[in-house]
Design a protein around this ligand. Structure first.
Ligand SMILES: Nc1ncnc2c1ncn2[C@@H]1O[C@H](COP(=O)(O)OP(=O)(O)OP(=O)(O)O)[C@@H](O)[C@H]1O
Ligand SMILES: [Mg+2]
Length: 271
């Protein structure tokens, strides 16, 4: 088993205003690449009801946070050790949100997070589309909100409204952006520039660029094959770009106070 490298976890909330922009694809592929880099990683699929991280990697979930909340499972029982080498916790797998007691749900999610923090360098939280309470829970617990931005004007206005909501509560909230469905690096920079122009104009902020994921049929294929592209095609262009995003996250995580990698154990001299 991989030993964790950090003394504490770096939590990433993956969010967007709009649905279908690639949050779950980005989440699982970042998890895959961070494990390949030697980090201990957990994914929390907080898209309650429409969770699909497990389906993206062809795994069956042993239980959900909802089961813990209802006393049907323990936290340990719902942590799935995936073939990709990371842990996966699924919030719920049924769309009937009426069965949820929200006042118990959040403390249960927090308990799960506390457990994952004891074991992982990175915790990636995949959030639902839109400005749901769950997205705000994830961002509140995260060290960084990773926005998945795409070039369509409707998507840009949705992600802007989402950020505005957060920045009105906390103007210093640490967002960063990854551009999905980009044609190439220039296109990705242009998309983020357009987005940052709006954010700067209205909110006086600009979000750092962590990289892009090209529009690539390999990604579409990876969804039907239920095998993340970074595992099936690690040398592809798309996987290399996702690796850059992971490296950028590692860089950010190391800036977190007290986040330095564990000091190497000094060699004991037997002389
Ligand atoms: N870079 C890409 N290239 C090609 N297709 C992509 C790319 N990223 C995502 N897709 C396609 O978009 C679909 C939606 O992606 P994904 O499920 O990750 O979005 P999401 O933001 O998590 O959606 P939701 O809001 O419903 O949770 C994928 O099934 C895939 O077919
Ligand atoms: Mg999703």
């Amino acid at each position: 088993m991989i030993q964790r490298k950090f003394n504490q976890s770096y939590i990433v909330g993956i969010a967007s205003g709009k649905g279908g922009v690639g949050k779950s694809i980005v989440t699982v592929n970042l998890a895959e690449t961070l494990v390949q880099m030697g980090y201990r990683v957990a994914v929390v699929d907080a898209d309650l009801g429409l969770s699909n991280c497990a389906a993206l990697i062809n795994e069956s979930i042993p239980g959900t946070v909802l089961d813990v909340m209802n006393g049907k499972s323990t936290i340990n029982e719902i942590i799935l050790e995936t073939d990709g080498g990371y842990s996966l916790v699924t919030g719920a797998d049924e769309p009937d949100v009426d069965v949820m007691d929200w006042s118990v749900l959040y403390p249960t999610l927090d308990q799960v997070l506390r457990k994952l923090r004891t074991e992982n360098d990175f915790i990636l939280i995949d959030t639902p589309a839109g400005a749901s309470d769950l997205s705000f829970w994830a961002l509140d617990r995260a060290d960084i909100g990773l926005l998945v931005v795409v070039g369509e004007p409707t998507a840009i206005s949705d992600v802007y409204r989402f950020c505005k909501f957060v920045l009105e509560v906390d103007p210093t909230y640490p967002f960063a952006a990854v551009v999905n469905f980009a044609e190439n690096e220039d296109d990705a920079h242009n998309v983020l520039k357009r987005f940052n122009t709006i954010v700067n104009h209205f909110m006086n902020r600009e979000f750092p660029y962590l990289g892009f994921v090209p529009m690539d049929d390999l990604v579409r294929k990876s969804v039907s094959d239920q095998l993340p592209v970074t595992r099936s095609n690690p040398d592809s262009h798309v996987s290399k770009e996702i690796n850059f995003v992971s490296s950028a996250l590692v860089g950010l995580s190391q800036k977190k106070t007290g986040m330095a990698a564990k000091k190497p154990v000094p060699k004991v001299s037997h002389a």
